[in-house]
Design a protein around this ligand. Structure first.
Ligand code: ZN
Length: 185
């Protein structure tokens, strides 16, 4: 199905591939030997904020940059099979994961799966699209304390039974107002 967005992506890719150069010869394991777990927020560009080129590092992204089971699965593969030896957890200011909690999104979804509206305080369903099917649950991994969310995820990764003892796990907050990375002790 052709959509304007699909056409834009195709056009951008045509230009990118035309200038691909020798990137087709990159090796699979990340050359610089590290991995970043960070949020999917559209304002964050890990390649730019951390100075990455194609082939340099693994970047694992999800809502919040949380150390979910699946994020840890990726980190373990990243180290065990692809040789990364240093990991970063990078959350950010003004994260959408601070704007709701699990019961809120679950309740919204029960009524409608369409995009909800937010007035700065309260989320409401404004479009009808049928509620979620019963019996589907997930941990939404929202948070209320940004620095603590970084500490929690670093700790969860460090204490995971499949994480090697020697691997450094660095915690940072990315400031969306300045582009700076702020370390979290
Ligand atoms: Zn975020």
């Amino acid at each position: 199905m052709s959509t304007p967005i699909r056409d834009e992506v195709n056009a951008a890719n045509t230009a990118y591939a035309a200038d691909f150069g020798d990137k087709g010869r990159l090796a699979l394991p990340p050359v610089r030997g590290f991995a970043i777990l960070t949020c999917m927020d559209a304002r964050l560009d890990p390649a730019r904020y951390a100075g990455l080129a194609e082939g340099d590092a693994h970047v694992i992204r999800n809502a919040g940059g949380r150390a979910s089971d699946d994020a840890i699965r990726s980190l373990v593969i990243s180290h065990k099979l692809l040789g990364t030896r240093e990991w970063f957890v990078i959350h950010h200011t003004d994260c959408g994961m601070e704007l709701f909690d699990g019961p809120t999104i679950s309740t919204l979804l029960e009524t409608s799966r369409a995009t909800a509206s937010f007035d700065g305080k309260v989320w409401t369903n404004t479009q009808d699209e049928g509620g979620s099917k019963e019996g589907w649950h997930t941990a939404w991994l929202t948070f209320t304390d940004l620095a603590q969310s970084v500490r929690d995820d670093v700790q969860r990764i460090r204490s995971h039974p499949l994480t090697p003892d020697a691997i450094p796990v660095h915690g940072f907050i990315y400031d969306v107002k300045t582009g700076r990375l702020i370390p979290v002790d």
